[in-house]
Every structure is written in structure tokens, then in C-alpha cells.
Design a protein around this ligand. Structure first.
Ligand code: ZN
Length: 244
């Protein structure tokens, strides 16, 4: 059954200039209502838009054609690519986010997001480890789509990866720690796709990266410190990304 997608053109895009489409970025809008989000993404002054918008009731709108470069990612990086807009498709999901008490995502909305992602993944060769949240590519600036987003459920549907519970404890790495274990952890983050890698010191940037990782893959523990479970989940993801 083809998806019903309303046309709602936005002027906030330009050209990909030949860049391949191989990243899928999920966002929450962080605005109180779907109407406010849509108004902003169609306002030429705002200079922001995703390709798609999914409202709380599951209604999907297309703002920018997939072949164009929509302005949703901003400054950031994934797998060494700094122009994420050029290579990605962006989906904005209506949700007030952290500024509005981090409400649950609505069920019909998640069903629609899953259906839309499946269609996009059929059209484009996007590796599973390139299905990311905005916070994954911009850990210092962004928190969306947030720790309530059901990444595990999407992975069950073949959208992105999920490490599962590793059941390990101990070995906490946090701010100020340095040495080989920190360097290895940073290397693992970088290998998975997070940028930049860091150099053996658990600095503020590493804490931001860790929080972004945990929002996505260990939402019960968004602490910014890398315990053994966090590091084990990362190792598992590295293995999964090689075989996916
Ligand atoms: Zn975002």
C-alpha cells in the first residue's frame, strides 16, 4: 500500500551537487504544535526544512524533494562527512522535545515514521549505521530526537541498528580520565561514525559524544560517562555494522 504523503513545498533547500544519498537523519521538531513546526519550515526567513514532516496523528508531509539538499542538519559530522545535508534525507517528527517536558511519541506517528523510513531505505543505499539522530551528528548542539525515541523498535523493523542489553558492569570512564582505555573508546566512537575522535583524554567533547550515543543506544543511562555497558554496546554495534 503506497503511503499517503501531502505536498507542502518549502523554499528551504538547494542542490546536492552530485553527492550520494547515504544518510538518514531523524529529528524532533522541538516546537509545541505541528502547525508551528510546519509554518517555520516553510518560512523562507527561517532557512530550515527537512524533506519530510510527520505530525502526531501520523500525517506525513513532503516539504523538499529527495533529490534536493534540505537544510535540516546544520553544523555537524558523521563518518567524516561535514556536509551532512548534501548526503542525507531528513525527517522532522512533531514532538515538543526537552523544552516541553519530553512528551512520548504518539503511536500513529511512530507507525508512520517506520513506514516512511522503510520506503526511503528501499529507494537509497543507506547503511544501517547511517540511520542516525540529529544529536548523533551534532552532539554538542542537539538532543533530538531524544532518549524517548523508539530506536529499538525501528531496528526490529530493519531501520538502523540496536545493540541490545549487554549485561556488563564496572569500569566507568568519565570527565578527566585519560589513557589507553579512553583512547580505545574514542576510537570505537569514531569507527562507528561519531566525529571527531579525540586523543586519549575524556574531555567535554567526549562527554557530549557519550551523551549522544546513550540517547540513541542506551537511553536508560544518559549520563555522559562511559560505563562498561555503554562501551560494550558500542563494541556490539561495531560488529553489527560490519555484518549489516
Ligand atoms: Zn534536529
Amino acid at each position: 500500500m503506497p503511503l499517503t504523503i501531502a505536498d507542502a513545498p518549502s523554499p528551504n533547500f538547494d542542490e546536492r551537487n552530485g553527492a550520494p544519498i547515504d544518510i538518514l537523519v531523524l529529528h524532533y521538531t522541538g516546537m509545541e504544535t505541528g502547525e508551528a513546526s510546519m509554518t517555520r519550515m516553510r518560512d523562507p526567513e527561517a532557512k530550515v526544512a527537512a524533506h519530510y514532516f510527520v505530525d502526531e496523528d501520523g500525517a506525513i508531509s513532503q516539504l523538499v524533494p529527495e533529490e534536493k539538499r534540505a537544510w535540516h542538519a546544520g553544523v555537524g559530522c558523521w563518518k567524516g562527512e561535514r556536509d551532512v545535508n548534501a548526503r542525507s534525507i531528513g525527517i522532522e517528527i512533531q514532538n515538543g522535545g526537552h523544552d516541553f517536558g519530553l512528551p512520548d511519541f504518539a503511536e500513529p506517528q511512530i507507525v508512520a515514521v517506520i513506514a516512511l523510513c522503510k520506503e526511503i531505505l528501499k529507494r537509497h543505499p543507506i547503511p544501517a549505521s547511517h540511520v542516525i539522530g540529529h544529536s548523533d551528528l551534532a552532539p554538542a548542539r542537539k538532543q533530538d530526537p531524544g532518549e524517548k525515541f523508539p530506536w529499538a523498535r525501528l531496528a526490529e523493523e530493519g531501520i538502523g541498528l540496536w545493540p541490545g542489553e549487554q549485561g556488563v558492569t564496572g569500569g566507568l570512564l568519565g570527565l578527566g580520565d585519560e589513557g589507553e582505555m579512553v583512547a580505545e573508546y574514542q576510537m570505537d566512537l569514531a569507527t562507528y561514525g561519531y566525529c571527531p575522535p579525540g586523543h586519549g583524554e575524556f574531555d567535554g567533547e567526549t562527554a557530549d559524544l557519550t551523551r549522544a550515543f546513550q540517547r540513541h543506544f542506551y537511553p536508560q543511562a544518559v549520563t555522559g560517562a562511559a560505563d562498561a555497558e555503554t562501551r560494550a554496546r558500542l563494541k556490539t554495534l561495531l560488529t553489527l555494522s560490519l555484518t549489516a
